[in-house]
Design a protein around this ligand. Structure first.
Ligand code: UD1
Length: 477
């Protein structure tokens, strides 16, 4: 859960009071949600793998720490020119050949627990559950903590558990720890996801690559990050068809546990696709705070749902093959039109842009209904927007109504900001954190954004990148 711990890093922001003075080029990093899965997939390989365009966010560091505890070796490398100047970075190498697959119970020591996912690290990042598929497929066993609730609601893992059982694995749950074993390897199966799940699709797809026989996964998620990982695995010999559609077919390579000859061969590097959520975040920010902003190194076709709504709202946007440009955006924000949002699986409106989009909608004229269909409880940030003056009605845990425009101020009630002292705002999760940063930047006054470490989970050095666009923002440790 979110803590209001004063020792966390904070962002100190002086708002633009509605002026649109940010400008320049925002360079979009690789998608953390693709890179995290490629890191998990490294367990399927017989040699060191190389991942490129990996964003250096805190979630990537957490996944690296989990893999290291499982016995893998991880290094960040840069490429230098003749003058020892780094010309390419964001490259990670992962060597899983040092993982032996032993458990704590077998070795009688906390060392060499190569199939026990560290509970404390896993608690900090739900995406760690995707590691269970590759670990189970490679070593025939894995243990990991049952996830509890998190700040955006309960996040079950029944699809993973049911899938492993169908693949022939035995599952037990003791003292909050799942223990899964398939000593003879996994078998192919047919599965239908009762709920469309990104992590479920990716994890069972990865596990099926080393299984015996054919796996057919139906009602799959179609997110570009899934395609990114699938294409890499295919280029290294995996037999996967249909990634990016609702049915994925995998012909497993029939591996027996311990047969390292049947692991994948890293004949190609993984190149992370641009982060569509980061790009969407900067586009929404630019719409409110910049007359001219280039969002570079993104994939506009992954952003259709967002661009479409912003275009209808009146924001002037040009799309290029690898960039989006906000151009001649000198209209006052209150002249933009409101719109309704219903979050959906890809290619629908992404739940991860719901909070930044709500901040946008507080500034435009009219009423907007926002229906969150993916996660319950993803509106905790609303109370922070309200302290700035936003007119938002929470209709139920999945739906809010926004009435705009509201010119945000440091403190609606005098005591909130304590006179001249900056007003306190909180990041509740990665994306809600960005939404609050956006809100503070549009507002009049000074703000402290607490829990900035949650923003760091998904945005690399956000404050430096915003500063380069002209924002008045500092990290305070
Ligand atoms: C991923 C993204 C996250 C994004 C989400 C939805 C990563 C690391 N995270 O999360 O940023 O917000 O997709 O686009 O890629 N569900 C079940 N049973 C399961 C698994 C999921 O019912 O076993 C439900 C969830 O509660 C949720 C829905 O499926 O209601 C979708 O969640 P899912 O797509 O699995 O999200 P993640 O993969 O965790």
């Amino acid at each position: 859960m979110t803590t209001k711990n004063p020792t966390n890093p904070t962002f100190l922001i002086k708002g633009l009071a509605g002026r649109k003075t940010l400008k320049g080029v925002a360079h979009i990093n690789g998608a953390k949600n693709a890179a995290l899965k490629a890191m998990a997939a490294a367990v399927l390989f017989n040699k060191k793998v190389r991942l490129e365009n990996v964003p250096h966010t805190a979630d990537i560091d957490t996944m690296a720490a989990i893999l290291e505890k499982l016995g893998a070796k991880i290094s960040w490398i840069g490429e230098q020119n003749g003058e020892a100047e780094v010309v390419r970075d964001h490259i990670m190498e992962i060597d899983t050949t040092t993982m032996t697959g032993t458990t704590a119970a077998e070795t009688g020591t906390e060392k060499n627990t190569h199939t026990d996912i560290d509970p404390t690290l896993a608690a900090g990042m739900r995406a760690s559950v995707v590691l269970t598929g590759p670990l189970l497929a490679r070593f025939g066993k894995v243990s990991f903590p049952a996830p509890g609730g998190c700040v955006i609601g309960a996040r079950p893992i029944d699809l993973f558990i049911e899938g492993y059982k169908k693949m022939g694995a035995k599952v037990t749950l003791e003292d909050g720890l799942y223990k899964i074993s398939a000593p003879n390897g996994l078998s192919g199966m047919d599965d239908f996801f009762h709920t469309i799940s990104v992590g479920g699709t990716e994890t069972l797809m990865m596990a099926a690559v080393l299984a015996k026989g054919k796996t057919i996964l139906s009602n799959c998620a179609k997110e570009p990050e899934i395609v990114n990982v699938a294409e890499w695995l295919i280029s290294c010999g995996a037999k996967i068809k249909g990634a990016g559609t609702s049915t994925i077919e995998i012909i497993g390579n029939g591996r027996n546990i311990g047969d390292d000859k049947k692991l994948l061969e890293p004949t190609k590097h993984f190149v992370t696709i641009p982060d569509r959520i980061e790009a969407g975040s900067f586009i929404l920010l630019g719409a409110l705070c910049a007359k001219d902003l280039v969002i570079e190194n993104c994939e506009p076709k992954h952003l259709t749902a967002v661009l479409h709504l912003l275009n209808d709202s009146g924001v002037l946007i040009d799309t290029k093959p690898n960039a989006v440009q906000i151009k001649g955006n000198s209209r006052v924000n209150s002249s933009f039109k409101s719109f309704d949002i219903r979050t959906k699986e890809y290619p629908g409106f992404p739940t991860d842009l719901q909070a930044p989009a709500v901040t946008f909608l507080t500034q435009v004229t009219g009423e907007s209904n926002i229906l969150e269909t993916i996660f319950e409880g993803r509106f905790k940030y609303v109370e922070d927007l309200e302290t700035l003056g936003a007119n938002i009605t929470v209709l139920n845990p999945r739906e809010v109504r926004v009435k705009g425009p509201t010119a945000f101020v440091q403190s609606v009630e005098k005591e909130v900001g304590g006179g001249d002292a900056p007003a306190d705002l909180y990041a509740h999760d990665i994306r809600a954190g960005f939404a609050i940063v956006m809100a503070a930047l549009t507002a009049k006054g000074q703000f402290v954004i607490h829990n900035a470490h949650l923003i760091d989970r998904g945005y690399e050095k956000l404050e430096e990148r915003l500063k380069a666009l002209g924002a008045n923002i500092e990290r305070v440790l």
